[in-house]
Design a protein around this ligand. Structure first.
Ligand code: FAD
Ligand code: NAI
Length: 470
């Protein structure tokens, strides 16, 4: 007998598992198909992405603080050392705990899990190819493709995950490399580069463009690079990698100026390729169904996440937009609600982005460069953490908050921050923007003292020129 469901989701990441849960909450019968060898739900995010990277960032940050800032606080430590095995274990424990949590949520919501490769042989059917060689076909009134993304390699260079590594290898190095070369000054390169830098590696970031984190507000990106340099990270901007030779556990990386010029080589124990991710839609059956993908392989959908084929939707990293877990989650809720006949939608303008370095970087809405390009008249309010009492008390004064508001209406258009814990602070800015709020709404809201959130308030006051504490 063929099993039959209202909704079958292909992919058990933040897109897939949240869609499954929300659809089930709305009374639909739901199954989720996941191909991961470990049979763990949670996708890239929980298994080899957000969670393990944050576990290593947290642990390495603790070590770095103990090494560099505890003494000034009057805390002396003797015999401080890194126990890499334990550091990796606590990372694996975090993954184990959280992926297990999705199993619990699936049981609680009566969602059926299938482990195997999901594909769509025809409308209304999902085939699950299992490890034992068998294939089970299930019927689905609605199918959600949430198959995510995978790391991009440099042309002609393959990951061995030991010397030439993707983020997955960089989350599990068994030895601290003496020299780690990072190709790509984006989010992965800077987060995982920070981890290994703090643990003692020399880290060189090779970035094709003449700046790091393209797309990020330029003020913030500039300050970010200054701080990372102070932490000992080296940067080769405007530089491209033309070859990598890996022999005897070492890599020789050939680089030259992006615009052309003399080549030189770098020697490294590992080279992390972090030049972006590509949508993963291999062998799902898109071609046979006539589902369109764009030039970069992202599935094309309308604003209701419908592919051109009736009853087949797509969400998350495999469709265009920021490749972020919380973006996938937003789309998951929206698509489940749309399938259940409700008006689901996603406001892409209020999706925050956070880089979990120390200090953190957090942004929401439009950058100053985007506003200029769009010809939108805006006002700026800025406040440095150097003038924030909590930041000063804790000796963590790097960074600032910048609020961009419409020059006429005062509506908040973007908020960009760099500083300790701003990844939490950005939620306030997102909420104000979601309500269509003005900078004055932030400026006239009482913020607890002493907190870093006061810096956001002072920056908002600055939009109308009445910052009081700097
Ligand atoms: P995925 O999480 O990739 O899940 C897709 C799932 O589908 C996978 O489990 C895959 O095995 C499965 N699958 C694929 N094809 C099939 C098939 N045919 N049949 C069955 N199953 C299939 N984002 C953040 O917001 N914050 C962060 O801090 C953050 N940190 C990151 C750190 C790293 C190192 C990386 C690599 C990514 C990070 N991301 C972060 C990005 C985040 O992980 C992704 O945006 C998010 O996981 C996308 O969710 P998704 O459900 O679309 O896809
Ligand atoms: P990215 O798009 O953030 O950065 C890639 C960088 O590599 C860019 O600066 C680009 O100019 C550069 N680049 C591209 N080709 C190059 C080349 N040939 N040589 C040198 N530099 C080159 O991609 P990244 O860091 O791989 O991350 C992938 C995705 O994962 C991102 O879209 C991000 O959203 C997500 N992610 C999110 C995190 C977070 O939210 N904290 C953490 C980690 C990943």
């Amino acid at each position: 007998m063929t099993s039959s469901f209202d909704v079958v989701v292909i992919g058990g990441g933040p897109g897939g598992y949240n869609a499954a849960i929300r659809a089930s909450q709305l009374g639909l019968s739901v199954a989720c198909v996941e191909k991961r060898d470990t049979m763990k739900l949670g996708g890239t995010c929980l298994n080899v992405g957000c969670i393990p990277s944050k576990a290593l960032l947290h642990a390495s940050e603790a070590y770095h603080h103990a090494q560099t800032s505890f003494a000034a606080l009057g805390v002396k430590i003797k015999g401080l050392e890194v126990d890499l095995k334990q550091m990796l274990k606590q990372k694996d424990d975090a993954v184990e705990g959280l992926t297990g949590g999705i199993d619990y949520l699936f049981k609680k919501n009566k969602i059926t899990s299938y482990f195997g490769w999901g594909s769509i042989p025809e409308k209304g059917k999902v085939a699950v190819a299992k490890d034992d060689g068998s294939t089970e076909t299930i019927s689905a009134k609605n199918i959600i493709i949430a198959t995510g993304s995978e790391p991009m390699a440099l042309p002609g260079i393959e990951f061995d995950e030991k010397v030439i590594i993707s983020s997955t290898g960089a989350l599990d190095l068994k030895k601290i490399p003496e020299h780690l070369v990072v190709v790509g000054g984006g989010v992965i390169g800077l987060e995982l580069g920070s981890v290994w830098r703090r643990l003692g590696a020399k880290v060189t970031v090779v970035e094709f463009l003449d700046r790091i984190t393209p797309g990020m507000d330029a003020d913030v990106a500039k300050q970010f690079m200054r701080i990372l340099k102070k932490q000992g990270m080296d940067f080769m901007l405007g530089t491209k990698v033309t070859g990598i030779d890996s022999k005897g556990g070492k890599a020789t990386i050939t680089v030259e100026p992006s615009a052309g010029g003399d080549a030189k080589t770098l020697q490294a124990d590992a080279v992390l390729i972090a030049i972006g991710r590509r949508p993963f839609t291999d062998k799902v059956g898109l071609d046979g169904l006539g589902i369109k993908v764009d030039k970069r392989g992202f599935i094309e959908v309308d604003k209701h996440f419908r592919t051109g084929v009736e009853g087949i939707y797509a969400i998350g990293d495999c469709i265009p937009g920021p490749m972020l877990a919380h973006k996938a989650e937003e789309e998951a809720v929206a698509v489940a609600e749309i399938i259940a006949g409700k008006p689901g939608h996603v406001n892409y303008n209020t999706i925050p982005g956070v880089v979990y370095t120390d200090p953190e970087v957090a942004t929401v809405g439009q950058t100053e460069e985007q506003l200029k390009e769009a010809g939108i008249a805006y006002k700026v309010g800025k406040f440095p953490f150097g003038a924030n009492s909590r930041a000063k008390t804790n000796h963590q004064t790097d960074g600032f908050v910048k609020v961009l508001a419409d020059a006429k209406t005062d509506r908040v258009l973007g908020v960009h921050m760099i500083g300790v814990a701003v990844g939490e602070l950005i939620a306030e800015a997102g909420l104000v923007m979601e309500f269509g709020g003005a900078s004055e709404d932030i400026a006239r809201t009482c913020h607890a003292h002493p907190t870093r959130s006061e810096a956001l308030r002072q920056a908002a006051m600055g939009v109308e020129g009445w910052t009081m504490q700097a």
